[in-house]
Ligand binder design. Structure first.
Ligand code: JHZ
Length: 414
């Protein structure tokens, strides 16, 4: 893919099957974190096809078209620390990893996709040695300001060898919301096997496809997310690896996520929680997550959601009421572009991320302001794009007198 920017997927990333069924086409969209400066607005914006397919063999939903990662990740504006709730989850995750992996003070924790160092800081506060890995050069600088050192690059077996040589084996590797960004998943596991201490654990955290399908979370489908994991697909992925899954825990973050615990097959100091894994797999079967029907029905619901949302927003505007957005999330941009919401419907979006303020949302070109802007203009409605943080957002804006709206899982005035 070196010179080509878009590549169509022909084989499943996990099981290599060609039996890929079309699920949903979200049209041509700009990259979801491709925020624009005023100067950029004059240039032609690049759009890439955004669609998902479902592998009938291993049940991995995945992107139909891939974009060169350099386009998306070299300069990255998303930081987890802009959301207090997410940082709270990171604190709990660090405690859990230390407990499950029986880590001791001074053990090395390596975070893949370490971003601004938010998760590693939690480990450092608990006495661990830490190292970040991330391809975003701009974020490595931000992490350094937080005292977190980052090796810049994409994690795979070669990268893992370099890290072991330069530092040592890791007692824990973490990867939150990044495994879905990586094309070669088998390489990630190979890298994990190389980097991990014989008695170490590798903990992955990412959104769960069952929650996505059941709750219409279509806006979490975007160019950065190559894979939408089911447990069936994860167990298939594990088959070829020297690592094995020894536990899976559900989390309610981001509308529903999975935390997947891996260890070396040769390490017998931790028991495999077969009962829990089988229970979760049965739940998927009962839901129908391995059948084409579940995906077709999901696509139908998303198309209806688009029509309903647009109609309801237009009704509000027809009454001369103002609407603004809250949270210039990546998923906000998918929603804006798919539903067809522009500056005529939504006046502006507010966001706590300093790097996004003053820029414009990709595609819709809606301007982004700091959060207090809503107290300057007092809009009639605030549309919460970051629905995963509705509680935090409504909680800290008790002084706002208008009404809150969400569009996902369905149009609702709160
Ligand atoms: P948030 C990113 O997606 C990209 P996004 C990535 N691919 C991924 O998987 C997820 O993260 C996990 C703002 N906000 O975290 C901050 C406020 O303004 O749901 C963020 O810009 N005020 C890695 O971008 C956005 O909302 C607040 O009070 O969809 C939330 O984005 C709060 C709580 C948030 O991720």
């Amino acid at each position: 893919m070196a010179n080509k920017e878009v590549k169509k997927v022909v084989n499943c990333r996990i099981c290599n099957s060609k039996d890929l069924i079309d699920v949903l086409d979200l049209g041509k969209q700009p990259i979801p974190n491709g925020f624009l400066s005023e100067k950029d607005l004059k240039k032609k914006e690049k759009r890439y096809p955004l669609a998902v397919v479902f592998c009938k063999n291993c049940s991995l939903m995945q992107l139909k078209y891939l974009i060169n990662p350099e386009v998306m990740f070299k300069n990255y504006l998303y930081i987890p620390s802009a959301s207090k709730t997410r940082v709270e989850y990171f604190k709990k995750m660090a405690e859990q990893v230390i407990e499950v992996g029986k880590l001791k003070e001074g053990d090395l924790v390596v975070d893949v996709g370490s971003n601004d160092g938010s998760l590693l800081i939690c480990f450092r506060n608990l006495g661990m040695k830490i190292l970040g890995i991330d391809p975003a050069e701009n974020l490595a600088t931000v992490a350094a300001l937080n005292g977190v050192y980052t090796e810049v690059g994409y994690f795979d077996s070669q990268f893992a060898k370099k890290v072991v040589k330069k530092y040592r084996n890791a007692k824990a590797i973490t990867a939150t919301n990044v495994i879905a960004h990586i094309q070669n998943l088998h390489e990630v596991l190979k890298g994990g096997d190389i980097l991990l201490d014989d008695k170490g654990i590798f903990v992955m955290h990412f959104p769960y496809s069952m929650d996505l399908i059941r709750d219409n979370l279509f806006d979490t489908i975007y160019h950065e997310h190559l894979s939408y994991f089911s447990i069936k697909s994860l167990l298939k992925l594990a088959e070829e690896s020297n690592l094995e899954i020894f536990d899976i825990k559900k989390s309610d973050l981001d509308g529903g996520s999975l935390r997947v615990f891996w260890k070396k097959k040769t390490y017998k100091g931790l028991k495999v929680n077969t009962k829990e894994i089988e229970k979760l797999l049965k739940e998927e079967e009962r839901f129908g997550l391995h059948t084409t029907r579940a995906y077709k029905e999901f696509a139908e619901r998303v198309k209806r959601l688009k029509e309903d949302s647009l109609r309801e927003l237009k009704k509000i505007k027809a009454k001369n009421k103002s609407i603004v957005g809250y949270g210039a999330a990546a998923k906000a941009n998918v929603l804006l572009n798919y539903v067809g919401i522009d500056n005529k419907l939504v006046d502006y979006v507010v966001d706590s991320t300093p790097y996004k303020q003053g820029l414009f949302a990709p595609g819709s070109h809606i301007p982004i302001f700091p959060e207090d802007k809503i107290y300057e203009t007092n809009p009639d409605y605030v549309l919460i794009f970051a629905w995963n943080f509705s509680k935090e957002i409504m909680g800290k804006n008790k002084g706002y007198k208008g009404k809150f709206i969400v569009l996902v899982p369905n149009f609702k005035i709160l």
